[in-house]
Design a protein around this ligand. Structure first.
Ligand SMILES: *[C@@H]1O[C@H](CO)[C@@H](O)[C@H](O)[C@H]1NC(C)=O
Ligand SMILES: *[C@@H]1O[C@H](CO)[C@@H](O)[C@H](O)[C@H]1NC(C)=O
Ligand SMILES: *[C@@H]1O[C@H](CO)[C@@H](O)[C@H](O)[C@H]1NC(C)=O
Ligand SMILES: *[C@@H]1O[C@H](CO)[C@@H](O)[C@H](O)[C@H]1NC(C)=O
Length: 422
């Protein structure tokens, strides 16, 4: 009897200690832009308080009460890896506020000259700014993003937000009144045309009203660069790392980025590799994938419960099941909007996909390996040499001849299951 009595007191003391530690963590490390989270200052919010300070206080209160209930989702991808598709799988969910590559604005503001700078100093600046911005965005502080938008928004409104039309929340009420509340699948172009300029204050309100936030980025090289965010307990961040066969990425970029990949097209047309070809356009993808995936698959403690590797090809082959796996990992249920969207968008014709260069309407399964008809064997052979290790790690098979390459009935995607690290 006495023994259990002591145990109760001990338990009570322990729980007080835990709560105290939790509160201390909250108060001693205030969130972005709220350096002095003193409640009195917030209640003094009159005209003379500087707007950014007021905002900081709102955000602090917001995070204190609501952060733990929100899931913050980050899709870590690279260009032409199927990230628009994955983004849509999240964007369509009625409880998710989705943003399409906000880091575009960081890059154009900070290092406009170099699209894929490997300069260490540029890279550090870009990464630091990117992490700060992501942190603010997960707190729905969209005003912080304004400082990177060119020309600078006036009155907190802008029509220059990159790919605004790709975000359902930014094309529907209360942010935009052009479409009815039940109007599903607003075309990106229609949204941009019909919605008035974007009121960032309204956008931030919409963000706060949503249960979860998902952001897709293609400008952070690897998962290790995000460690500070992943480890931040207030963020409750869940990373989905999207990968795709580098040969497929290359073929898709050659079609899409016609200027910067011009020399690759010359190689394909002439059968001769131009001497001044920028090989980093290929090697960077493979190096970043390799280091990121090696980190992720080695299961470091800081990624526990926060990392899922997804191969685009698996999603394309079995979109419903794979999307369900993703939602299971996120701890959310896949709603009807998502299912409807998958059914409407994974059987589209190829003509449609040609029209929508950045779109997601496509016959996903057929397209995932269609790169094999678009690259010459020596380009593929070269890629296989440069990217050998990452191809092997991710389960993509190499081909030894042009016949093998063009024989589509023989898939190059090995069955390999990557379960989330729980
Ligand atoms: C917050 O309020 C306290 C006293 O109420 C004051 O000493 C302090 O300077 C204020 N901080 C800011 C950032 O205004
Ligand atoms: C927390 O979220 C709910 C809705 O999810 C919202 O009504 C409430 O205002 C939020 N609390 C704070 C402090 O922002
Ligand atoms: C933006 O929306 C906010 C909140 O509804 C409103 O107060 C503000 O006047 C709007 N700004 C403009 C320029 O319409
Ligand atoms: C393509 O691969 C399949 C499966 O291995 C094989 O049966 C078929 O003969 C191949 N076709 C050609 C044209 O090589």
């Amino acid at each position: 009897m006495q023994c259990s009595w002591k145990a109760v007191i001990l338990l009570a003391l322990a729980s007080i200690a835990i709560q105290y530690t939790a509160i201390r963590t909250f108060t001693s490390k205030p969130f972005q832009l709220c350096p002095v989270p003193v409640p009195q200052n917030c209640s003094l919010g009159t005209q003379d308080t500087d707007a950014s300070f007021e905002r900081g206080c709102d955000e602090y209160a917001y995070f204190t009460f609501n952060a733990s209930r929100k899931t913050h989702i980050l899709v870590l991808a690279t260009t032409r890896s199927g990230s628009s598709f994955v983004g849509q799988l999240l964007n369509q969910h009625s409880d998710i506020f989705y943003l399409f590559e906000p880091l575009y604005h960081v890059q154009t503001a900070l290092i406009p000259r170099l699209s894929h700078s490997r300069n260490a100093a540029d890279r550090r600046v870009m990464l630091g700014a990117s992490r700060d911005l992501l942190r603010s965005l997960y707190g729905c502080d969209l005003h912080f993003l304004e400082s990177y938008i060119k020309p600078p928004p006036t009155d907190h409104t802008t029509d220059k937000l990159f790919r605004r039309g790709a975000s359902r929340a930014l094309c529907s009420q209360p942010v935009c009144d052009a479409f009815g509340p039940r109007e599903a699948n607003v075309e990106e172009g229609d949204c941009v045309k019909k919605c008035a300029t974007l009121n960032m204050t309204l956008a931030a309100e919409s963000c706060r009203d949503m249960r979860h936030i998902a952001i897709k980025i293609v400008r952070v090289p690897e998962i290790g660069d995000l460690r500070a965010l992943v480890e931040d307990p207030r963020l409750n961040l869940k990373v989905i790392q999207l990968v795709r066969d580098p040969r497929g990425i290359l073929a898709s970029r050659i079609e899409t980025f016609r200027d910067s990949y011009r020399l690759w097209r010359i190689w394909r047309a002439t059968g001769r590799k131009p001497y001044n070809l920028d090989l980093t356009q290929l090697t960077v993808v493979c190096e970043d994938f390799l280091s990121s995936v090696s980190t992720g698959l080695s299961h470091p403690y800081w990624l526990k419960g926060k990392y899922m590797l997804v191969r685009y090809e698996d999603l394309a082959r079995n979109p419903l099941q794979k999307t369900k796996d993703i939602y299971d990992y996120l701890g959310l249920s896949m709603d009807k909007n998502v299912v409807d969207w998958i059914q409407a968008n994974t059987r589209g014709s190829n003509e449609l996909s040609a029209k929508h260069k950045y779109g997601t309407v496509r016959d996903s399964a057929a397209n995932a390996e269609s790169w094999r008809l678009k690259l010459s064997f020596d380009m593929v052979d070269y890629t296989q040499t440069v990217c050998q290790r990452v191809l092997h790690t991710l389960g993509y098979k190499s081909v030894k001849s042009a016949e093998e390459l063009k024989n589509i009935s023989l898939s190059l995607v090995a069955d390999k299951v990557f379960v989330p690290f729980l």
